[in-house]
Design a protein around this ligand. Structure first.
Ligand SMILES: Cc1ncc(COP(=O)(O)O)c(C=O)c1O
Length: 454
């Protein structure tokens, strides 16, 4: 039983499409000590993983965290030396399905269980549905994946290998936002809630609650000085909807309110050029219905390499923007040229570390390093600052794309060869292969397919 008062708070935002609900927690007196004690005991060898986080919106917290979280924090010493900072990577790409989304999905799954849902459906550009495939196949939850046509081939295989049926909306040029509108119309017509279906997509308020554990892990891994936890000066990550950004920030705020830390990091986001609403909002600082990106200005070169980050609207725009503003952080944009540059740098300076720690990020994740480079150019970094960059996704699920890209960076080949010879199938999963079904961009088509599967 939770030792605090949990509320689902409604934010009145008169713009459409942004997340409007959030969980908040209240505690008093000795509850603080109890919660703080739990946060202090967070154990990196515990099977409970992220479920040890003291403030979760769950009545009953199970003991098995499905191997999610507890990811390493690894120094990039050579690159750090060059930039004259203490540079560390939070290896979220080492979560079981290869991204931070596992933290979010686990809490969404437990929320579904507590509210009595037996069937779940999720929409994503790939990583969130892969994560759902991992959690659903491990927990026996029924899950149907709906993805946009620009999904990477490896992500599709990852899901079907785990017995998940996948519906692909549109062809390779159908990106997240376009397909999400199709999904939302089908969701309204089928009336998911009335029919006992829980939606694990971006608007599910349980998701960000999972990201909070990243903050607690970072402070545990940063060590103590004079009895208090060390907090990095900056936490830098690639953003699309801003969910991970706002989740990590929420975590730091809760730890601060509990009295576990005495300072907060500055939060830094980076998205894809002309497809980052959080960057857009940071530029103008006024939240309006027009805080959207016009994807006609998105360069073709950036659209495939950065597809996981492309956003027209951002469902966590309000909270993501708040994270940057409240923390006095920064928002940036990057492009395919930046991604290529960061891979080159990583290979030239950190190859040993990459290989020793299985540290290869998917393309959008290396953009965190671009943000750090830009901060350096703008003299926003002081010598010795500690900077945590979050590698959000693993390159294992974007091998084909990297092969094309690797023409420009020959050092890729050794790593790619090693990855291709690795089996990404989960041996403990005996499920029959899932089906892949195609829906056109006409919502009626998706509805028909979903109804035939339910
Ligand atoms: C690997 C990776 N990094 C970053 C992001 C962006 O996360 P968010 O939408 O929480 O900003 C995504 C979203 O799909 C992702 O898959």
């Amino acid at each position: 039983m939770a030792h605090y008062l949990l509320q689902q708070k409604l934010y009145a935002i008169d713009t459409v499409g942004y997340r409007t609900s959030d969980f908040c927690y209240h505690w008093a007196g000795e509850m603080r000590d109890l919660l703080m004690g739990q946060a202090l005991r967070y154990n990196f060898s515990s099977a409970a993983g992220i479920l040890q986080y003291p403030l979760l919106p769950l009545k009953n917290v199970p003991a098995n965290g499905l191997g999610i979280g507890l990811t390493p924090l690894v120094p990039l010493s050579t690159l750090g030396e060059q930039l004259n900072i203490n540079l560390l990577v939070k290896c979220e790409h080492q979560n079981p399905s290869g991204s931070f989304k596992d933290r979010e999905t686990l809490i969404a799954h437990l929320g579904s269980v507590e509210r009595g849902y037996h069937t779940t459906i999720g929409f994503s550009s790939g990583n969130a549905c892969c994560s759902a495939a991992h959690v659903a196949s491990r927990s026996g939850q029924r899950f149907i994946a709906v993805v946009s046509g620009d999904i990477y081939h490896e992500k599709l295989t990852y899901m079907t290998d785990r017995g998940i049926d996948v519906i692909i909306i549109g062809g390779p040029s159908c990106y997240f936002e376009k397909a999400y509108q199709v999904f939302l119309r089908a969701k309204r017509h089928i009336e998911f809630e009335l029919n006992g279906i829980d939606d694990w997509s971006v608007n599910n308020p349980y998701r960000v609650e999972g990201d909070k554990s990243i903050a607690l892990e970072i402070i545990h891994q940063s060590g103590h000085m004079q009895g208090t936890f060390q907090v990095p000066d900056f936490v830098v990550l690639p953003t699309a909807n801003g969910s991970c950004l706002s989740g990590i920030w929420k975590g730091f705020k809760e730890l601060f309110d509990l009295g576990l830390i005495s300072k907060m990091p500055k939060m830094v986001s980076i998205g894809i050029e002309n497809a980052s609403p959080i960057f857009e909002l940071r530029q103008h600082d006024i939240l309006t219905e027009n805080t959207k990106c016009d994807l006609r200005f998105l360069d073709n070169k950036n659209s495939s390499i950065g597809s996981t980050l492309i956003a027209e609207e951002s469902f966590d725009l309000f909270n993501g923007h708040r994270a940057i503003k409240e923390s006095n952080g920064f928002a940036y944009e990057g492009n395919a040229r930046d991604i290529r540059h960061e891979y080159r740098q990583l290979f030239a300076l950190e190859m040993e570390t990459l290989l020793a720690h299985d540290l290869m990020p998917e393309p959008c994740s290396v953009l965190s390093l671009t943000a750090v480079r830009k901060m350096k150019q703008e003299r926003l970094l002081r010598p010795g600052d500690s900077v945590v960059v979050v590698f959000t996704g693993h390159a294992r699920k974007s091998i084909r794309l990297l092969e094309e890209f690797s023409n420009h960076v020959p050092q890729y080949n050794y790593w790619l060869y090693n990855q291709k010879t690795r089996d990404v199938r989960d041996e403990s999963c005996s499920a029959e292969k899932g089906e892949v079904l195609s829906a056109s961009e006409h919502p009626g088509d998706l509805e028909k397919i979903l109804l035939s599967l339910l």
